[in-house]
Design a protein around this ligand. Structure first.
Ligand SMILES: O=C(O)CCC(=O)C(=O)O
Ligand SMILES: [Fe+2]
Length: 292
């Protein structure tokens, strides 16, 4: 299993410095997740995003994309370190894309899109810019998590079109209640079920008909007596989000079926690549360049 490998073995596929390509293994503390509002408010005052990193995210992850995405190439572990991993994950990626297409169809129906618009939506989502993320949250002090000294994953919206997420039975994933901003609802794990959350791009396509869902991963609802005995550590948690995204070079605009005189377009067209880059630019620290 990936997360039973030693640190040195996992580091044979290291995530590079900086946010792109978002591929390979990120050790605990490397990637920082934050909301768009947080990054927007920092822009004027700093350029390195250090203040966003005051609370560390205690998680490790491995990011995988399409083998044919030349802008973001996969970073694989050597085959002998984890035999079969690459071929399994490549297949899994495209199986998930098949499911994603069914969701896109459902979105088209729900928004009462014309055939031309449905075709446009499918054209924009070739599948090659999706992202498969294998997440592991190691055990951590309940107290530190409760006091926000460290985080699992702070509140944020995904900037893709939508996300399909598998979670184990640990719990801790929560979605913000649109009717009560600032309060969160537990997404209780359901065996064999995927959680599906709307991302920023679907909010834009649908002209706010499907608002992007702010979510976070925090303390699991119950700490078992076994955990109490182990020095108040929460149990580890595994999750697998699959981000379904438009192709990087495509422009995302409100679909005309979702725009009317009463509901004018709320969003300017954006290039998906530029939008993602503007949010992700502080997620990974770039190594300082040392003067020769
Ligand atoms: O681990 C989870 O359940 C959520 C992960 C997540 O929100 C993300 O990676 O964007
Ligand atoms: Fe997320």
């Amino acid at each position: 299993m990936l997360y039973s490998l030693s640190h040195d073995e996992k580091m044979k596929a290291p995530h590079p410095d900086g946010p792109v390509p978002h591929r390979g293994y990120s050790h605990p503390g490397l990637e920082k997740v934050y909301s768009k509002a947080e990054v927007d408010s920092r822009d004027a005052v700093e350029t390195d995003g250090d203040s966003l990193r005051q609370i560390q995210d205690f998680k490790e992850s491995y990011e995988i994309g399409s083998e044919e995405n030349s802008a973001q190439q996969n970073i694989w572990l050597p085959e002998d370190v984890l035999p079969g991993f690459r071929s399994f994950m490549t297949k899994f990626y495209w199986e998930l894309d098949k499911a994603a297409r069914r969701v896109l169809e459902a979105v088209g129906l729900a928004l009462k899109l014309s055939e031309a618009e449905k075709g446009y939506l499918f054209d924009l989502h070739s599948g090659h810019n999706n992202q498969l993320r294998l997440l592991h949250y190691p055990p951590i002090s309940t107290e530190k998590l409760r006091k926000n000294v460290v985080a699992r994953m702070p509140a944020h919206c995904d900037w893709s079109t939508f996300t399909m997420l598998f979670q184990d039975d640990c719990g801790g994933l929560e979605f913000e209640d649109l009717n009560h901003p600032g309060s969160f609802i537990q997404a209780k794990p359901i065996p064999d079920a995927l959680a599906l959350n709307v991302g920023d791009m679907l909010q834009r396509f649908s002209n706010d008909e499907f608002p992007s869902a702010s979510h976070r991963v925090t303390l699991p609802p119950q700490v078992t007596s076994a955990e109490q005995e182990h020095g108040n550590l929460t149990r580890e948690r595994f999750s697998i989000p699959y981000f379904v995204a438009p192709d990087a070079d495509k422009t995302v605009s409100c679909l005309s079926s979702c725009v009317s005189h009463e509901h004018p377009a709320k969003f300017e067209p954006v290039s998906f690549e530029e939008y993602g880059a503007s949010i992700s630019r502080y997620q990974y620290k770039r190594k300082a360049t040392v003067a020769a």
